[in-house]
Write a new protein. Sequence first.
Length: 323
Amino acid sequence: MTGPSTRRHFLQGVGATALLGLVGNLRADERSSGSSNSKRKMTIDLVCGNLGVRADLPTSIELAQAHGFESVAPAVPGLAKLTDSQLQELREGLKTRGLVWGATGLQVDFRGDETVFRSGMKGLPEFAQALKRAGAERVGTWIKSGHDRLTYMANFRQHAARLREVAGVLGDHGLRLGLEYVGPKTSWSAVRFPFIHTMAEMRELIAEIDRGNVGLVLDSWHWYHAGETDADIRSLSARDVVACDLNDAPAQIPMDQQRDLVRELPGATGVIDLKSFLNALVAIGYDGPVRAEPFNATLRTMPADAAVATTARAMKRSFALIA
């Protein structure tokens, strides 16, 4: 992991003029999912930052449509600048293109200093209001899998208290909050006090937070490293899952030696059983975004269009595994 506020890189803000210029050029294109299974409700989602691609929202939408994605991450700073009529025009344009909103990242640092947390909370209502006005509903964040100073229980209580507060503000605006555990042993064993790194532990934290709008961010990478199976996913309801990531693991590296920021595109190696993962999500009726987050060095050297095209092919091949 890189740090509390930089592990996930979501889209940067954009201005109203650029957004409206894009909407004016919208055209109807059919979705190309790579799977004809009609039971699937979840969307193939594009988050350019996950691929090392720097793109504003108009560019992200263009890339998503061009390569057959079905949803795209909302960029809050740019959306916040738009009038109600401009937002409505944007939303209608997304619909015309066969796109919906995916999930965005929580912009509150709740992992460390109390002063930093309180500062972030001051801006949360405005953040939440921008998403609500745009018609987006999903926000996600990740939980650091250890602490150098706080014991498990002290860390658990701090997370529960702070995230309960975060969830309250998001819930007041009709938003859901997803929490992601970090599974690799090299992450949770590298600190003095290991913390949540499995689905079962995360569900305990969610229960302690006790807010109806809090659920999981599931990642095939962390699911694999936690030693979990499709039965763990099938024990959930669709409402329990806010967002999903789809990744594969490098081949010929023992599981307990794999590192969080060295991954492969979905289906690249076959190390992770994506067929079981995806079919379990379909079985519970999950209806949210599924996005690649490979942290892959080769992908990050590609031009933007090539990186997105490569990712789209990997996602569609993986979705074709849905029975």
